[in-house]
Write a protein that binds this ligand. Structure first.
Ligand SMILES: [Zn+2]
Length: 486
């Protein structure tokens, strides 16, 4: 597929195989396809399942050949200064040549000082003085992370055919069902990235896309007997089933929520899901993270299916099953990796001698500079703090990454082995804990990963800007005091 355009008949056969695989539970038994192929191929954030539309995918692969790949700088050793695109993380930029005979084989590492692992200003000025500030905004790795190929069209820089593919598929599919209007509904935060099991995610997707065999959906497809709720006789819509039936109402009232997701009698499922996302589950349920809402819907659905076999499950029982299944899943998510650093989201207590580190950065666009600050606390009192100033910083995110790298370097140097690091930068925390790449911070993130491996225990978490306020104000001071040291 990378080199040849496939015949149309073959696309159709691959498509059909994918569709059957998704909807049929057993080989050979055909089930109803509830959602059209064009909708399945939409990206997940647009409410599809991100299935490959084979023809578009083929086009994307073909186009890939001509796309430019860039290089992200770690130690600079595998990147040629003239022929690789390394000057920008968004467009294919190389220095304007022609190279001299003496410089044609130079690598980016030849522009980096061996001791400081920072740029050799004299050498850069000698070769291309006009590029000094562009080059200084690239932060090479201090821990010898290797250079990497990046794809210039994504934020992560990960090499993928996805972006091109989405451009090609977007005109083909426009949602047709009664759906959340896509501008206000965030598929990613409410469904795909929710802190609940993949099964719950698909289940929510089916409810929203009208792909769950509720009475309403079945009767729309010509099942005459279907329609009314088995409990009360009203039309069995998703709203009725999951929010408004008297049976369901009682469950929502029983649950120990800080706010009831069932706000009014005419509320839509989407509004219920959004309210459920914000609701906090009060003790003593033991639900420490993630919404309970999908689990409750799932158990309501199971109770409804059981009822069609005349098995009655009480409201209390359904509620307890929802809490237990949510708690079991959340407990299973606590993962300690081989190095002993914990990156799981659910954590009940930290090891006793863990120190807390708050880090923050303040960035000034006009100076293209950032101030970093870190504070190390033990038992809530500050035992160390420090700050530094960085020039040639291209974005606030790079500033935050530099602040975390400095904080880790200092904590390691001071001999701490167990740390809990808090930052208010979500993108960065996600990148570190999920090992996602961000191409503009490539070298710094590589260093952070190497530094983490030196600790016995590391826990990263997001902290609100107000809770991090001391570090925030100190970072601003670091920025305000030091421009002279540029
Ligand atoms: Zn009912």
């Amino acid at each position: 597929m990378t080199c040849f355009k496939l015949p149309k008949s073959l696309y159709k056969r691959i498509q059909s195989a994918l569709t059957r695989f998704w909807w049929d539970s057993k080989h050979g038994i055909k089930k109803m396809c509830w959602v059209t192929w064009n909708q399945l191929t939409c990206s997940k954030k647009d409410g599809g399942l991100g299935f490959g539309d084979i023809e578009s995918f083929n086009d994307a692969l073909l186009a890939k050949i001509s796309w430019n790949l860039g290089k992200a700088i770690g130690n600079g050793e595998s990147t040629n200064i003239w022929y690789d695109s390394w000057l920008s993380s968004t467009e294919p930029l190389t220095p304007t040549g022609p190279p001299t005979e003496a410089s044609k084989d130079l690598k980016v590492s030849d522009l980096i000082e061996e001791q400081s692992k920072d740029w050799n200003t004299d050498k850069i000025n000698e070769l291309f003085p006009d590029l000094l500030s562009t080059i200084k905004a690239i932060k090479p790795s201090k821990t010898l992370v290797c250079d990497s190929h990046i794809w210039l069209a994504t934020k992560s820089g990960n090499y993928s055919t996805k972006t091109g593919y989405h451009l090609s598929v977007i005109d083909k599919a426009r949602p047709t069902t009664r759906e959340p209007n896509s501008t206000s509904f965030c598929w990613n935060s409410l469904v795909w990235q929710g802190n609940f099991s993949p099964k719950m995610k698909t289940f929510l997707w089916k409810i929203i896309k009208g792909a769950l065999p509720t009475g309403e959906n079945l009767s729309k497809r010509g099942f005459q007997a279907a329609g009314p709720c088995l409990r009360c006789g009203e039309m069995e819509t998703a709203e009725h089933l999951f929010l408004h039936c008297s049976y369901t109402k009682k469950i929502w009232d029983l649950l120990p929520f800080s706010m009831n997701p069932r706000i009014s009698d005419r509320q839509s499922f989407i509004a219920g899901l959004q309210a459920g996302h914000r609701a906090v589950c009060l003790p003593p349920t033991g639900i420490t993270s993630g919404p309970l809402f999908p689990w409750v819907c799932w158990q309501i659905w199971r109770a409804c299916n059981a009822l069609s076999f005349e098995i009655r499950i009480s409201e209390e029982e359904t509620m307890i099953k929802a809490i237990v299944s949510a708690r079991d899943w959340q407990t299973a998510q606590i993962k300690v990796d081989t190095k002993g650093s914990t990156s799981g989201k659910v954590l009940h207590s930290l090891p006793t001698d863990t120190v807390e580190i708050f880090s923050d950065a303040a960035w000034k666009e006009d100076l293209r500079a950032s101030g970093s600050e870190w504070i190390i606390n033990r038992n809530s009192s500050t035992i160390h703090q420090g700050s530094d100033f960085n020039g040639n910083v291209s974005s606030p995110l790079v500033g935050e990454a530099l602040a975390v790298r400095s904080a880790l370097e200092h904590a390691a140097r001071l001999g701490f082995t167990k740390i809990s690091l808090k930052s208010d930068c979500q993108t960065l925390i996600n990148a570190i804990t999920r090992k996602e790449s961000i191409k503009e911070c490539f070298g710094i993130l590589g260093d952070i990963e190497n530094l983490i491996s030196q600790f016995q225990f590391v826990f990263f978490s997001l902290v609100s800007r107000t809770a991090n306020s001391l570090a925030v104000s100190l970072a601003k001071n670091a920025l305000a005091c030091t421009p002279t040291s540029l």
